[in-house]
Design a protein around this ligand. Structure first.
Ligand code: NAD
Length: 490
């Protein structure tokens, strides 16, 4: 089957431009076929997009809160209505299973816009008690033009997580799409304009690291919001001189901890899902299984049986549970880590190989892989691989589990399986991570703050906390009495 090659320009001032002379290919991860030629943004392109966002800012800022809310709700409705188009786009571009993209992902995107549609009317400041004859109050104001950079792992969700709160807070935005999966960003920007968003409020420039660097260092970008790896997050802080406000959502190495008093079958299902969903390409993926030594054997037997039942294959098949890895390069990185794990002395319990599936021989499929006998200091237990590799580490007691869980540079999420209420509260308060899941994994809501501790990030996205990220607080003092200056002689 030969796929039509799409052409994808930048989306600036409400218009998708034609393909630029300097472009790059985008591939379908399931087939390895080129599906699009994509314009690569230069400094000039970034500047044009920023100028368009700058011009649109006053108009957007001054629209009433209810008008802004209506547009965001329209976008949510449209995403639900066009869920099949959005689903197909992300499946083709990122190799995610069609049943996940069409239903789960589009609903997550719509809920983000619905939730943040209410924010413009709630973005209030405060009146602060002070001496008589003074009124002291605070107001929340948008930054202006925000530069947003996203990764490829959940293309439309990553874009919406940035865009919905940025717009709700009255900012305009230039978003750099992920070079490996750029289609969702353009699609969302197009429908946003069709649903009433003024041109120039939401612009998209495609490209890779250099385009991102041009965006971060542009003088008219007032704030940077970045989702991606911790190493690039550090570069971004260095590149923006630390003066621009930055929100950084970075990498992770989530510990998924199972105690003997847990409900075993539920913990097995949770472990299977957190380790292997989206081929392990999830920032909060529970890629370290910390299992109590007393139940290790029994637990792994059950887990292995469930791994064998996973349906891996054609992402366009409704029955598929696990699709393809994003690129050949990412697949190679995963294979390298498998060699690293073996060399470090870990035992390969299952997987460890690239899959060549019938009809998808050139696709980037990887078998779900489990390493046992992993010690906490091994590279496969410390470094974010971003692939379907689960490192199993055994522990003997609560204290050791806590030490191992907190023993990486990352602090994005931790999950814990136990029915002991004392352990729940004691450990939840001691985990060094921004998210803690108890007897569940990956439960999220747009109303709940999302962000990491340590090298996993700065700032929170989602929830009312997003308002702190995308608005500044101004304090105003009004003297309604007589002014008496300290230098006046009385
Ligand atoms: P990446 O850091 O390589 O790239 C992310 C984005 O940054 C891309 O758009 C890329 O073009 C751009 N970029 C790269 N170098 C840049 C530079 N010097 N200046 C500006 N922009 C630059 O990450 P990736 O491989 O695309 O995505 C995987 C990473 O994203 C993982 O580490 C994962 O944990 C993380 N992630 C985090 C979250 C979260 O919410 N914490 C969510 C999804 C993914």
């Amino acid at each position: 089957m030969t796929e039509t090659v799409l052409t994808v320009g930048h989306f600036i001032n409400g218009v998708e431009e034609s393909l630029a002379a300097n472009d790059f290919p985008s591939y379908n991860p399931a087939t390895g076929q080129e599906i699009a030629r994509v314009s690569s943004g230069t400094e000039k392109d970034v500047d044009r997009a920023v100028q368009s966002a700058k011009q649109a800012f006053e108009k957007w800022k001054n629209m009433s809160p209810s008008e802004k809310g209506d547009i965001l709700r329209n976008i949510a409705r449209r995403v639900r209505k066009d869920r099949a188009i959005f689903g197909r786009t992300d499946t083709m571009d990122a190799g995610r299973p069609i049943s996940h993209t069409t239903y789960g992902d589009t609903e997550a995107v719509a809920r983000l816009f619905d939730f943040f549609a209410a924010l413009p009317e709630y973005a209030r400041g405060a009146t602060i008690p002070t001496s008589s004859s003074f009124l002291n109050y605070s107001v929340r104001e948008p930054y202006g033009v925000i530069g947003a950079i996203v990764p490829w792992n959940y293309p439309m969700i990553n874009v919406a997580t940035k865009i919905a709160p940025i717009l709700a807070c009255g900012n305009t935005v230039v978003l750099k799409s992920a070079e490996q999966a750029p289609l969702a960003a353009i699609l969302l920007a197009k429908i946003a304009v069709e649903e009433g968003l003024p041109p120039g409020v939401f612009n998209v420039v495609n490209g890779g690291p250099e385009t991102g660097e041009a965006l971060v260092s542009h003088p008219d970008i007032k704030k940077v919001t970045f989702t991606g790896s911790s190493i690039v997050g550090q570069k971004i802080l260095a590149n923006n001189s630390g003066i621009k406000s930055s929100t950084l959502e970075l990498g992770g190495k989530t510990a998924n901890i199972v105690f003997p008093d847990a409900t075993m079958d539920a913990a097995v299902e949770g472990t299977l899902f957190t380790a292997f969903m989206n081929q392990g390409q999830t920032c909060t993926a529970g890629t370290r299984l910390l299992i109590h030594e007393a139940i290790q054997e029994q637990f792994l037997e059950k887990l292995l049986n469930r791994v064998k039942e996973l349906r891996i294959g054609d992402p366009f098949d409704e029955q598929t549970q696990i699709g393809a890895v994003i690129t050949e390069k990412q697949l190679k990185r995963i294979e390298d880590y498998i060699e690293i794990g073996k060399a470090e002395g870990a035992t390969l319990l299952c997987g460890g190989e690239r899959l060549h599936l019938e009809g998808f021989e050139n696709g980037y499929f990887m078998s779900p892989t489990i390493f046992t006998d992993v010690s906490p200091d091994m590279r496969i237990a410390q470094e974010e691989i971003f692939g379907p590799i689960l490192s199993v580490i055994s522990f003997k007691d609560e204290e050791e589990a806590l030490e191992i869980a907190n023993g990486t540079r990352y602090g994005l999420a931790t999950s814990l399986w136990t029915n002991d209420v004392k352990k729940v509260h004691d450990l939840a308060s001691k985990f060094e991570s921004g998210i803690v899941w108890i007897n569940t994994v990956h439960t999220l809501s747009p109303s709940s703050g999302y962000g990491g501790y340590k090298d996993s990030g700065i700032g929170l996205e989602e929830g009312m906390e997003a308002m702190e990220q995308y608005m500044r607080l101004k304090t105003i003092w009004v003297n309604y009495g007589e002014y008496v200056g300290p230098f006046q002689n009385k």
